[in-house]
Design a protein around this ligand. Structure first.
Ligand code: 6CS
Length: 283
């Protein structure tokens, strides 16, 4: 090997070593920033039981509750939540408006390409809220695609919107719905024929609505069970790793189950899979 190649090789190795030795410092930098800030700014959707904001502003829901507990263990006193559409969460995270997304943002390869997820936290299947008796016989998004008059409501940038489009429902028949109450009203008024959210979200919405003219179809055929994780910026992967250390301890000592199962989520479901499986590779 000639001298210039040897010098290039040494320089390259030096850069790698510097980057590796910087990882813990980067974690400390990001964590130090949050500790100094006194809170972590989390993106949520206000979709119970994943995330919820009460009339007095109190933030709850399984995802923020787990995040609040973990950040406390990391020395960050609290979380401060801002409500965002699912499709705007990752751009908001990247733009520095949030420190982390704790919203039930399901892990999928295209999202894993953009963020660093924690290990799985909340898992759920997909469902559809329809008129009682399911008059159009919907069992899948493909059934909606086949009915040229049918419209399905779903969150903007959300998984159900994507699944409906991928199943062949034309764009003009996939209606973006900003929140649960709007989706419920649109269905009751006949402006949509189905409203799609995860099972636990629709269960909570239907229970609150207490409308006997509606029913839930679950799970939606040909759809997987999804799991979320807390989503960090790629450059904050060391902070993500610190978050995961605490999450793992809570999964092992039972604290994790105690936090999420009262909301209807299964700790076993989250503990039976992994981020890398759900991302389709290392994340
Ligand atoms: O991750 C998503 O896209 C979906 N997650 C939840 C918790 N609700 C709807 C949303 O589409």
């Amino acid at each position: 090997m000639n001298l210039s190649n040897a010098l290039r090789m040494t320089a390259g190795l030096g850069l790698v070593a510097a980057a590796l030795s910087a990882a813990p410092a980067l974690a400390e930098d990001a964590l130090a920033k949050l500790k100094a800030q006194g809170f972590a700014r989390v993106a949520i959707a206000n979709e119970p039981p994943f995330t919820a904001v009460a009339a007095d502003g109190k933030v709850s829901g399984a995802a923020p509750d787990v995040a609040r507990e973990i950040f406390k263990k990391l020395g960050v006193g609290d979380i401060v939540a801002s409500i965002s559409e699912y499709g705007a969460m990752i751009p908001g995270l990247k733009a520095g408006r949030h420190d982390v997304i704790t919203a039930g943002l399901f892990m999928k390869p295209e999202r894993c390409a953009a963020v660093s997820y924690s290990e799985p936290i909340l898992c759920d299947a997909e469902a559809m809220l329809v008129k009682k008796g399911n008059p159009k016989g919907f069992k899948s998004y493909g059934d909606i695609a086949k009915d040229s008059e049918a419209k399905v409501g779903a969150p903007g940038g959300g998984t159900e919107e994507k699944l409906a489009l991928e199943a062949g429902v034309p764009r003009d028949r996939v209606i973006v719905v900003p929140d649960g109450q709007s989706g419920l009203k649109m269905l009751q008024d006949g402006r949509i024929d189905a409203y799609s959210l995860p099972v636990l979200s629709l269960n909570a919405l239907a229970m609150k609505a207490n409308d006997p003219s509606l029913e839930i179809i679950a799970p939606v055929e040909n759809t997987p069970v999804y799991c979320d994780g807390a989503a960090f910026r790629k450059e904050d992967v060391a902070l993500r790793d610190a978050f995961d250390v605490e999450l793992k301890k809570m999964k092992e000592n039972g604290e994790f189950a105690k936090l999420i199962e009262p909301y209807g989520f299964s700790a076993k479901a989250a503990m039976s899979t992994s981020r890398d499986k759900l991302c389709g590779g290392p994340n």
